[in-house]
Write a protein that binds this ligand. Structure first.
Ligand code: MG
Length: 387
């Protein structure tokens, strides 16, 4: 079956690889959406001829309009445009690879329109997991994980009944600063943080991988995607990124999913599920891999991971608060305004200082308000911190 795919966040790392998958599979692209990379977006429009294009940064609208003048493609803008395009009736799957919790409303719009969502935008699940999973359940639509670890868990879960699951082993590469102490991490530069050993990704997720915030977000994402309690998820540092995660069943059988660290595999599986299609490329050679190693994460050195674990235990809107605190802190770090250690301190400051609802019965307005308050708190904290 030739599916029609809407790609939100088409110019990013997951977005461009999604388009490669679409091309290989012969799937049509119904929507392309990007924040502001007008040059690449234009190239994609000419190659994939979607029905609509969304430029989410409104200041880039005029430039995009000029570039697409000869194409006849519908151009939408901003958050309203993203939500409108996510809900188009012809979409079979909406791939959400937007960065940050701006992805939440388009995800909800897609689910509201009864569209399956291939989710790479983990912040959506962290900030509004109850809304997202509740709506998917109500409308009988699927959330297909694109994140490599969650795709692995999703695949491993096929091997047993849901009530036979004992726990999930969420693997973590450890990022570029594996083994560093908290005081060594203070001296890390932006350039060092942007250099990941195994995966090539956008700036925000690369910094999140360096602080291990990414693993903390993935922990919460896994809770929502697979209805797990925090004590059912164990994070295991596995620097080779060959085992993408595993599931232990009640009988002691542990099923793991392995593969080379290549995002094409989880992206394509989300698009073709439950079918599998060939991808040309290298096969995994276990003998070439040599030794696979596993260690416990260092919660002391990696404050963001510790804070996410605490937020996961607290529940309610605490995960939303830590996520937005991190989004704000990372943008300050990338702008050179705060140090690497300040990211974790900012997240901790919000977690300790902001009183949030602890029930999972929140509304979208409450999510957006919490997010905004958390951002403001980080801006104030970073202004007054003695750094
Ligand atoms: Mg991941």
């Amino acid at each position: 079956m030739k599916k029609k795919i809407a790609v939100l966040g088409s110019t990013g790392s997951v977005g461009t690889q999604t388009l490669k998958c679409c091309k290989r599979l012969g799937y049509e692209v119904s929507v392309l959406a990007a924040n502001q990379n007008v040059g690449l977006l234009e190239q994609q429009v000419r190659k994939f001829s979607p029905r609509s294009v969304v430029i989410s940064n409104k200041s880039a609208y005029r430039e995009m309009k000029r570039r697409l003048a000869d194409t006849g493609v519908q151009l939408l803008a901003g958050m309203d445009g993203l939500c409108e395009a996510a809900a188009f009736p012809e979409n079979d799957i909406v791939v959400n690879s937007l960065v940050g919790m701006v992805g939440l409303r388009p995800t909800l719009a897609a689910l509201e329109a009864k569209k399956n969502v291939a989710l790479a935008n983990k912040e959506t699940m962290v900030a509004g997991g109850a809304l997202v999973t509740g709506l998917a359940k109500k409308n009988h639509v699927k959330i297909l994980p694109v994140d490599s670890e969650h795709s692995a868990i999703f695949q491993c879960l096929c091997c047993g009944q849901r009530d036979a699951v004992k726990k999930v082993l969420l693997t973590c590469s450890g990022g570029p600063f594996l083994g560093k102490t908290a005081s060594e991490l203070e001296k890390v530069t932006t350039e060092q943080a942007l250099c990941h050993p195994n995966w090539s990704m956008g700036q925000k997720i690369t910094v999140d991988s360096a602080t291990l915030m990414n693993k903390g977000l993935e922990f919460i994402e896994a809770m929502w995607l697979f209805s797990l309690q925090p004590e059912q998820i164990e994070i295991v540092v596995h620097p080779q990124s060959i085992i993408h995660s595993a599931v232990e069943f009640q009988d002691g059988a542990v099923i793991a999913q392995l593969g080379l660290p290549d995002m094409q595999i989880p992206i394509q599986y989300a698009l073709t599920w439950p079918d599998r299609y060939p991808i040309k490329g290298e096969s995994l050679s276990l003998t070439d891999c040599g030794k696979l190693t596993f260690i416990e994460p260092d919660y002391r050195a990696f404050a963001c991971l510790r804070h996410c674990r605490r937020a996961a235990d607290k529940g309610g809107l605490y995960p939303c608060a830590v996520n937005s605190a991190n989004e704000q802190a990372v943008s300050l770090f990338l702008a050179g305004k705060i140090g690497f250690g300040d990211i974790g301190r900012s997240v901790g400051y919000v977690l300790d200082g902001l009183h949030c609802k602890e029930e999972d019965t929140y509304t979208l307005t409450e999510v957006l308000d919490t997010a905004e308050t958390a951002r403001q708190m980080v801006l104030e904290y970073c202004k007054t911190s003695p750094e």
